[in-house]
Design a protein around this ligand. Structure first.
Ligand SMILES: NC(=O)c1ccc[n+]([C@@H]2O[C@H](COP(=O)([O-])OP(=O)(O)OC[C@H]3O[C@@H](n4cnc5c(N)ncnc54)[C@H](O)[C@@H]3O)[C@@H](O)[C@H]2O)c1
Ligand SMILES: [Zn+2]
Ligand SMILES: [Zn+2]
Length: 393
């Protein structure tokens, strides 16, 4: 089959690889019809090379048609239409019972002391072949599939794999009180969708980014927006001015470890040296190279007693944090990979009954899988108005 494979920094290719087969009775094989390109893939594209091997198949946002199931799989059958969550989870362990699918004890990656295995996401998460491919082997298929109806276009359902539950969890973890305000930092697919969900729930949303079309799109949904380029040094003050001098109840960090970012300190210099072209613009240097910039902003912006919800992925183990400020302001922090299955039942009615979140128009680009290399490049550069790219094998 054809699959998107990693070959080095900013080097992905579409290669011929072996077709996946059923290995365990709990497996299923899915023929992929749509598969998303995610900000998380950009981390692999740029900085996470040490944790990948050449030839690893990328991708964790797929959906398609069941081709074959193992002997233990009874709830889906060949011909069914399914979305595949980005994490594998069993559905019957201590963690899954609590809706903590990203901590599933059946798929945890003990070798690296990490949570549930993820599709196409490094050795740290099991080095499981990913979903940017014609076919995907789905382990623990009894819980790692979401059956969806035939008929509506893939766009209706494909974001259940990641974007929707991640944004949904981001909003839930933000604990925005009724009548309250949330600031969403970063308006890529995750921040954009989180803004839509919070607006749908009747909250006031202030979005922050530095890419004009991303700001425009979220403003178009009814949020207020601030362009980071206009508030390099006074973002917190500008937001306090809009929120009774106090700051918002909640902040969602939907930026995380930027693909062209760096964790600060020694590694920062190394990474800056590696990525001069992407960050020629001085603002991009500040926004993009200090990977704690968004988190520091969140700590500054959120009101005393408020909540920071971190959806953006961080990977540093020694990041310096202003603990005194966090303590003094009595800030709550809630974070983690999204527990996909935990949220599906709450989200599904918004996909089958009208389209209040606008998922059918969410993708800005749809390209054949063969164009993956170009798609990664375009998405990383935020070129050509790219906000969300779907690939079709
Ligand atoms: N928790 C999860 O389960 C989960 C799932 C999917 C994605 N993610 C993570 O969420 C993050 C966002 O993903 P995405 O697909 O939207 O990616 P993206 O890269 O398209 O979006 C990030 C956005 O942040 C903006 N930005 C950069 N620095 C900023 C700053 N200092 N302040 C405000 N905005 C800034 C960028 O311009 C960009 O629009 C990534 O870190 C990704 O890995 C987490
Ligand atoms: Zn993703
Ligand atoms: Zn489990």
């Amino acid at each position: 089959m054809r699959a998107v494979t990693w070959h080095g920094r900013r080097d992905v290719r579409v290669d011929n690889v072996d077709d996946p087969t059923i290995i365990e009775p709990t497996d299923a094989i899915v023929r992929i019809t749509s598969t998303g390109l995610c900000g998380s893939d950009l981390h692999l594209y740029e900085v996470m090379g040490p944790f990948l091997s050449e030839g690893d198949i990328l991708g964790h946002e797929p959906m398609g048609i069941v081709e074959e199931v193992g002997s233990a799989i009874t709830h889906i059958a060949p011909g069914d239409r399914v979305v595949v969550p980005f994490q594998m989870s069993c559905g019957h362990c201590f963690m899954c019972d609590q809706g903590l699918n990203t901590q599933c004890e059946t798929t945890q990656v003990h070798e690296y002391d990490k949570g549930a295995a993820l599709f196409g996401y490094t050795k740290l998460y099991g080095q499981v072949p990913g979903g940017q491919a014609e076919f995907l082997r789905v382990p623990q298929a009894q819980n790692t599939t979401i059956k969806v109806p035939h008929g509506p276009p893939d766009d209706r359902f494909v974001y259940l794999s990641d974007v929707l539950p991640t944004a949904w969890q981001g909003v839930a973890y933000a604990g925005i009180p009724e009548g309250g305000t949330v600031v969403v930092l970063g308006l890529g697919p995750i921040g954009d969708m989180a803004s839509r969900i919070a607006l749908h729930q009747g909250r006031r949303v202030i979005g922050v980014d530095l890419v004009p079309e991303r700001l425009a799109r979220v403003r178009g949904r009814g949020a207020e927006v601030l362009d980071l380029r206009d508030h390099e040094d006074d973002l917190g003050d500008a937001i306090r001015e809009m929120t009774a001098g106090r700051g918002p109840d909640s902040v969602i960090d939907a930026v995380g470890m930027e693909a062209h970012g760096s964790p600060g300190g020694k590694l920062a210099h190394l990474l800056v040296a590696l990525t001069p072209d992407k960050i020629a613009d001085p603002l991009m240097q500040r926004a993009g190279t200090d990977r704690l910039n968004a988190l520091y902003s969140a700590i500054d912006i959120v009101r005393r007693g408020g909540t920071i919800s971190i959806s953006g992925v961080y990977g540093g183990e020694t990041a310096p944090l202003p603990l005194f400020t966090l303590f003094d302001k009595q800030i709550q922090v809630h974070m983690g990979q999204a527990n996909v299955k935990r949220w599906v039942d709450e989200i599904m009615p918004l996909l089958t009954d009208g389209d209040p979140l606008g998922v059918e128009q969410f993708a800005t680009h749809k390209v054949p899988l063969e164009k993956a290399a170009e798609a990664y490049d375009t998405f990383q550069k935020k070129a050509d108005g790219a906000i969300k790219i779907l690939m079709q094998p």
